[in-house]
Structure formats: structure tokens, C-alpha cells
Design a protein around this ligand. Sequence first.
Ligand code: HMG
Ligand code: MG
Length: 308
Amino acid sequence: MMPLPARLKIVEVGPRDGLQNEPEPIATDVKLAFIARLAESGLSQIEATSFVHPKAIPQLADAVEVARRLPAAGGVTYSALVPNQKGLDRAIEAGMRRIAVFTAASDSFAKKNINMTVDESLATFAPVVAAALERGITVRGYVSTCFVCPFEGDVSKQRVREVALRLFDMGIDEVAISDTIGAASPRDVFETVGCVLEQSPREKIALHFHDTYGTALANVLAGLQLGVTTFDSSAGGLGGCPYAPGASGNLATEDLVYMLDRMGIHTGVDLGKVFEASSLIAQTLRRQLPGRQWRKLSAEAGDADPTR
Ligand code: HMG
Ligand code: MG
């Protein structure tokens, strides 16, 4: 058996990536109750919202209010997406202490998503990241389309490595190598993430998998074998990006926690409590969620089916 880490970090992206694609407006109070339950489950990193243009992501137009009212759960770090200076201004106004900038490894996706090429986005981020760090706000970075771009197809691993390095050069403390449309296989992970790790510190790399083809957990295992110890996931498997055709939800947090628990890897996260959190969103949306553990637990709940 391969050597496994004793513990690892889960970054819960449900309140941001999970909700951003939902067309039906969800009340701010429901989002805050969702976040509070996630915080109670033992998750230590929660991406709470997004300071993007409200027309780009109408669901998260209440970002300032969400951020201002975040539950003061001890030991939880909240973050939010920021695409530019305007986003940083709003995040500062709302009291965020951690932000995440986001670019891609392919220009076509970056243009559609943030109306900038990759190079333009990096030029935009440099002063934003510097200003955040100066105020003691820590910064994560995402690289989208690291494996397959919905517009350009297969993406070069050298390009992914270069974009990650340019983010680290700005002083960003963690880069999330992201499979935006959930198309990667473990072999892609070994090749691309392996290439990134040749020049980037392992402990500063996170893996962000969507689960369109059901390969996300296999990809986590590949990441574990490469020594990565930070993984993103979303309660219930909610999620998707409206600018990435074909993208479905993130890897479900409950499924990730189940697998890691069985492998004896400590996460500090209570699966049942994450299920309670995602069930609140299922009730609100009145539909089943895609996560496997979510479906199993929801079927077991029988008459207490959270979508009824
Ligand atoms: P733009 O139109 O090029 O922006 O959009 P602009 O700088 O030209 O400004 C136009 C107007 O927008 C101005 O207002 C600005 O003030 C305003 P006006 O003067 O015309 O009245 N504006 C803003 N308002 C509020 N907040 C802001 C902001 N910035 C400008 N931050 C922009 C560029 C980046 C803003 C836009 O394209 C955008 O918001 N995109 C976000 C798209 C998005 O959120 N996508 C989903 C998240 S990424 C994702 O899901 C992938 C990830 O999960 C990893 C993975 O899976 O791959 C992270
Ligand atoms: Mg995502």
C-alpha cells in the first residue's frame, strides 16, 4: 500500500461554486444557515461567496451581506472570489480576511469567464494581490481548465505549470489546479499535477475536481499518490460554472469524507453534519443532489426525505 498522509485539508466550496450556477434565487438567510451548518461540521476552510459582477453571477449578488454576517465559528477561515480591484474593494468593505483570484490555463475560457486573456488576468491580479497582502488579507489562486478546456480541448501541462508559478510569484499561498468541466482522468492528474509539482511546493497545491464523468474520487487518489494534501469539494455535489458548457457539480464533500475516513485519513469533518447542511439546500431547491452519499443518506431518511 502506498504511504498515505495522516490528515488532509478540505476546502468547502459549496456556498460559492455550489450555489453560483443555481438559477432560482436562494435567500441570504438560507445561505448563511447553510454556511453555519458547514462550519459546525468541522470544515476549517469555507469559500463563502464571490465578489464578481452581479450580472455575471446573479445568485451571489448578496456577497457583501453574506460576508458581513458570516457565523463567527472558531477555527474556520472563510474566503471569497475576487476577479479585480473592484472585487477587492467590495471584499475589504465586507471584512473578508481571505480572497481567491481566478484565472485559467486556456485563453478562450478566461475570456468567456472573466473577459480577460490569461496574461491580462495575471496583469490585473498583480496589484490586487499586492494590495490584499499589504492589508494582511491572504490570497488563494485558481487555475481553471488545467486538463481540458470546453473550447480548446486538451490543455498543455507546461502552460498549467507556468500559470501556477506566475501566481506563486505574486505571493499567493495556495494554487488550486482545477478541472473545470470534470473531464480529467487519474492519468491526466499524474501528468499535469506531476509537472506542476516539479517546480511548485506540494503543500501549496490544492486540487479542485468537478465530477461530470464520475472520475473525481479516482483523481483524488491520484493526487494523494502525488503527495497533495488539500482538496476542494462541495456539499452534496452541488456546483458548476455557467461559463463552462458541460460542467457539472464539484466532487461531493460527503463522498470525499467517506473515502478518506475509510482510508484512515483524518479530516476532522463530520459527514452526517455535512449532509444536514446540503439537505437544507436540497429542501430549498426541492430536488435531489448528485452526491452518492447524499443520495444514500437521503433514501435512508425515508419519510424524512429532505426534498419533501
Ligand atoms: P467586465 O465587464 O470586463 O468588467 O467584466 P469591467 O472591468 O469592464 O467593468 C464593467 C462594469 O462592471 C463597471 O461598472 C464595473 O464597475 C463593474 P460600470 O462602470 O459600467 O457601472 N464591475 C464590477 N462590479 C461588481 N463587482 C466586480 C466588478 N468588476 C467590474 N468585481 C468581470 C469582468 C471579471 C467583472 C466579469 O466578467 C465577472 O464578474 N466574471 C465572473 C465570472 C464568474 O464568477 N465565474 C464563475 C467563477 S469561476 C469558477 O467557477 C471556476 C472555479 O470554480 C475553478 C474551476 O472549477 O475551474 C474557480
Ligand atoms: Mg469550480
